[in-house]
Structures are given as structure tokens and as C-alpha cells.
Design a protein around this ligand. Structure first.
Ligand code: GLN
Length: 321
């Protein structure tokens, strides 16, 4: 043996001391899982985090998987110290107000589960309104007179949430996810494999749609940055300090991205093509106005589950640009 037992033990202790959750883990010595759960509820609450019951359950169940909380509370064997140390690491990260999605590394969206890092906006339930709207207006496969399959373009795709959720629902669509961030595209690409649609989606690093060919899309979707720059600094730390501002900051009036996107939409959409854009709750009139001014037709506003305006959609006229 080249190292004696004491040296090995020292090295293991050193590694433990370097882990982010070391301090928290040490403070839990002698506590039951029920005590640890109460401690976490108190700490998350004190850190200003909302919905702590649910958050603590997610953290515990992630660390103790496949055991569920109720099972682990009833049987200490399901919560060995190694898993409690993992829990301490996760909780310590969450206490910095790092979003739960980034702490756990994944976020459910629509019917899929996506990898999430600090390089992409965490997919939000609000955005499912957009997915639902597109699916309801394009109920099934539809190839045009030239026999082309439906080509879907997602501008500012981030994690790939929108394009991947839609391709997962419509097995004969193909998609293109565009983003200016190569790091976001790496996440989207990994998510395409995760969702099992890699063969039907391509990703392109470029700004919005200028690099796309005329009449290349049947459907264009986007959740662009739309927060007014001055408002961004007042948001929750999870968003302000941990999510990419590139995906959030819509400029002085929040509308910068819509101007660029809508101006170019009539060019890249095929005749009769559909577009759907996520909007901020107070941007319905402004974004609909920009869409009509660009010559798009059938423009309407859809509400999210909270009853707030969330999507502007419309079409390119059949006959004209
Ligand atoms: N809905 C997001 C938020 O309020 C913003 C998303 C965006 O700018 N596209 O945090």
C-alpha cells in the first residue's frame, strides 16, 4: 500500500471541507431528516425565497432519489450521510438565490424535461401558452403544394424549449433554432438529444433572422428579451443575478427585439405562414401594432393561465409580402 489509512482519511476530509455544502452539512450532525427539513424551510424562508415547502421537497427528493420525501422521513436508511451531503451542496447553492432550475440542472417544460444552465433563460410555464397556441393553429402535419414539410424557426432559442417542445409534439416537422450565444446553443443541442429530436433540428449561431433565406419558414416562434432595461435591476435576484441579461433585456422600452424581428418576418415567412411571439403583460398593444405595421395579418393577442396577455400571433398574407 503506497498510502496509509490516515493519509487517505485526511485527503477525504480535505475534499469534504472544499465542498460548498460543508458548513451546512456539519451543522446538521445528529439531526434527523425531519429536523433537517425544518432547518431548510427556515433558512430558505430567511433568504427571501417563496414557496419554500415545495422547494425543500424538490431539493430533498433530488438528493435522495429515488426515495420520496415521505419514504425517507419514515426510514433513515434512505438518507445516508453521502446523500445528505449532496443535499447540503444543493441547498447551499439555492441559498445564494441561484434559481432552482440551475441548482438541479433541469426544468420541466410542456411535456419535456430540459437541461438548464446560467447560459439560458429557464423555461417558464408562461411560455407554454405560446406552444399551445401554435399547436392549436397547426393541428397536424401539413406539407405545402411543393411537398415540403413544415419548417419551424425559433428566434433566440436559448435552451431550445419552444422548438423542442413543438418538434416533440409534431413528428414530421423540422426546426431551426437560432441564437446569438454559442453557449446557449450548446445547451439547446444537448436538449435536442435529450428530447430525441436531434435529426429534425438544426441550430445556427446568428442574430435574429437576417441570415435566413426568403420564405424559408412556415412558422416562426420567439420568446425574445422584453424587459425594460431599467426594470431589470428591480427583479428577483434569481432572475437579475443568475439569468442571462441577453435573454431578458429588451432595451429602453422593452421592444427592441420585436422591432427587429417583426420588420424581417414578412420576408422569411412563406405565404400563409404563422408567427407567435411571447410578450410582456403590458406589451400587447405595442407589439400588435408593430406586427400590423409590418404588414402581417390576423393579428391577435392570447392570455396566459394567469389571464395576462402573453402571446401575439398572426400570419403572413397568402398573396402579398
Ligand atoms: N418572463 C420573463 C421574466 O419575467 C422574461 C422573459 C423574456 O424577457 N423573454 O422573467
Amino acid at each position: 500500500m503506497s498510502e496509509d489509512f490516515a493519509a487517505l482519511a485526511d485527503r477525504a476530509a480535505d475534499q469534504h471541507r472544499q465542498r460548498p455544502g460543508h458548513g451546512l452539512f456539519v451543522s446538521w450532525q445528529g439531526l434527523s431528516l425531519a429536523d433537517i427539513r425544518r432547518d431548510l424551510l427556515r433558512r430558505l424562508d430567511a433568504a427571501g425565497i417563496h414557496a419554500v415547502d415545495q422547494e425543500v421537497r424538490f431539493l430533498i427528493e433530488h438528493a435522495l432519489a429515488p426515495a420520496r420525501l415521505a419514504e425517507a422521513l419514515a426510514d433513515p436508511v434512505l438518507a445516508p450521510w453521502q446523500k445528505l451531503f449532496d443535499l447540503a451542496d444543493l441547498a447551499t447553492a439555492r441559498l445564494t438565490r441561484k434559481p432552482l432550475s440551475q441548482v438541479l440542472g433541469t426544468q420541466p417544460f410542456w411535456t419535456i424535461d430540459l437541461a438548464v444552465t446560467g447560459d439560458v433563460l429557464t423555461p417558464r410555464a408562461d411560455t407554454e401558452t405560446l406552444v399551445e397556441a401554435v399547436l392549436s393553429r397547426r393541428p397536424s402535419a401539413r406539407s405545402d403544394s411543393l411537398g415540403r414539410s413544415v419548417e419551424l424557426v425559433d428566434l433566440g432559442t436559448g435552451s431550445g424549449a419552444i422548438v423542442l417542445a413543438l418538434l416533440h409534439e409534431r413528428a414530421d416537422w423540422t426546426g431551426l433554432g437560432v441564437d446569438v450565444s454559442s453557449r446557449a446553443l450548446a445547451v439547446a443541442q444537448a436538449n435536442a438529444a435529450r428530447v430525441g429530436v436531434s435529426e429534425r433540428v438544426r441550430f445556427l449561431q446568428t442574430s435574429w433572422s437576417h441570415a435566413l433565406a426568403d420564405e424559408s419558414a412556415d412558422i416562426v416562434v420567439s420568446n425574445p428579451p422584453y424587459i425594460v432595461s431599467d426594470v431589470l435591476t428591480g427583479l428577483e435576484p434569481e432572475v437579475r443575478d443568475f439569468e442571462p441579461h441577453l435573454a431578458l433585456d429588451g432595451g429602453e422600452d422593452g421592444l427592441d427585439a420585436y422591432r427587429v424581428i417583426l420588420d424581417d418576418l414578412p420576408r422569411i415567412l412563406r405565404p400563409d405562414g404563422l408567427f407567435a411571439l411571447e410578450i410582456g403583460y403590458d406589451q400587447a398593444a405595442a407589439v400588435s401594432g408593430l406586427a400590423r405595421a409590418a404588414g402581417l395579418v390576423g393579428v391577435e393577442v392570447l392570455n396566459d393561465l394567469a389571464g395576462l396577455p402573453r402571446v401575439v400571433l398572426g400570419f403572413r398574407n397568402c398573396s402579398s409580402r
